[in-house]
Write a protein that binds this ligand. Sequence first.
Ligand code: LER
Ligand code: MN
Length: 270
Amino acid sequence: MKLAIQTLLLPGDRLADKFAVARRHGFDAVEVAVGPTFDLAARLDDVRRAIDASGLPVAAICTHPMHDPLVPDAAERAKRFAALADLLRLADEIGAGGVVSVPVRPPHAFPDLVDRDRDLTRLAEDEFGAWARDLPAGKAALFLEPLNRYEAYFLNRVGQAVALAERIDHPRVMALGDLFHMNIEEADLGEPLQSAGARLGHVHIADNNRFEPGAGCLDFDAPLAALKAIDYRGYLSIECWSPKGPRLSGNPVDVLPKTVRFLRETWEAA
Ligand code: LER
Ligand code: MN
């Protein structure tokens, strides 16, 4: 089991401090969140220094809604797909596993589509497909992330992300399973991961209340057993949110080692 945690949850002013905390508490990697206050291209040297000093790799780059590519305006869409290709190139430069991508979410809307689900599915297949075919060779993959119905109207279940990845059928496009969203949308927390098989590239993990695993009432046995069954080699990356933003249930110094212990023990027993 390879455990990662997002930068937003790690204490420390400097990126190197955050990576050091992750290392100290037993994580295998760090997922770097990018957005309006963190431009990966501008911070590449910082990231490299944090990797070198801690010895921890970057599990993935987690994007922000500003990066969601499937927006209605064609010119803006082309810009965002180009930016996503740049992020994938940077991911390869720093040895990150991939780039998390939510295709589209509000406030972007498609009022003119006759059958939004069908038409958006076609648009996603066409646009991501053409984008993937133009990618240079590389190792980092795009992880298509389904969100729950309250955050997105397109791609809500893991099976839908897997189906999209299958239609695109490119080694650099895979599906992501986020246990928090899955707990709202799926009938089972294990089966969608098991069915995803080799198309599953990345996993986000949190408890039902979106605090760290073990701080809520979610049963992790089934999803972890499913990951074992498919011989999942990617990361399980902790992503937590409170209504006030990214937050753990308590002091990171207490919570982080407890969470690592909880997940490793649950994995062993699953
Ligand atoms: C948002 O809820 C989420 O799960 C993120 O990974 C994507 O922005
Ligand atoms: Mn997520």
